[in-house]
Design a protein around this ligand. Sequence first.
Ligand code: NAG
Ligand code: NAG
Ligand code: NAG
Length: 223
Amino acid sequence: MAFAYILTVLFACLLAQSHAAPFNCTEPPNLGQFNIHSCCRMPEMDLGETPAKCVAYIKTLNAQARGMMNGMGGGMNKNNTNNNNNRNAAPAEFPAYAHICYPECIYRETGSLVENEFNMENVKKFLNKSVNKRDKDIVPQIVRSFESCLDNIKGHMAAVGIKTYAKLPMGCSPLASMMYSCVNAETFLHCPAKMWKNEEQCNVAKSFAAQCNPLPHVPLPIG
Ligand SMILES: *[C@@H]1O[C@H](CO)[C@@H](O)[C@H](O)[C@H]1NC(C)=O
Ligand SMILES: *[C@@H]1O[C@H](CO)[C@@H](O)[C@H](O)[C@H]1NC(C)=O
Ligand SMILES: *[C@@H]1O[C@H](CO)[C@@H](O)[C@H](O)[C@H]1NC(C)=O
């Protein structure tokens, strides 16, 4: 009798723990080696010539950056320690600013970004056109993710009274790369069941993200 009682209590405690225990957000769960990108299968997309075009564009920026650094001497970085593009002074094939300029180029070339504003009609048209038929189920979620992310980021901008983010010296705005990361994270959280790998590690990673990494899922620029 007592034995059964203890077992019942133990079991109830375990159940409560696995369901409700909130995470300590400064301590991500140790899920061992696993690829979080395999949890929500992303759709196959045909971007045509766009990626090659944008890689070529990044190369022109690299050449410009080398020119700027040669022309302005070593002292130019002293006051700009917050700028990503100045952190890696050595010219790399894909320096930090490229992670901001490349997604902007992709969105611009696909018509999703028009004069630095996201155009949702074009985003929808582009997704309809380029996502592989067998992956069409995820398109409405990606559209919702775009809308949630855009609303949230615009809300933050309005709250601090700015209409656009300051551009990098390379001429790119951080908005596109923020949207790219936000849309991915938001789609991960609302991944359609059909594309979700229903495994313990994926489910724990999702619970942690849902609790600890709210919209916009990315750090906001300082300026
Ligand atoms: C969360 O973890 C951090 C770092 O280990 C610790 O300092 C903090 O006290 C923990 N918070 C809670 C609520 O347990
Ligand atoms: C850095 O900025 C400060 C104030 O913003 C300015 O007084 C100083 O001259 C700048 N130094 C360089 C090396 O540009
Ligand atoms: C995209 O496709 C969906 C479903 O096929 C359709 O309802 C929607 O109107 C299309 N949107 C655009 C912008 O073409």
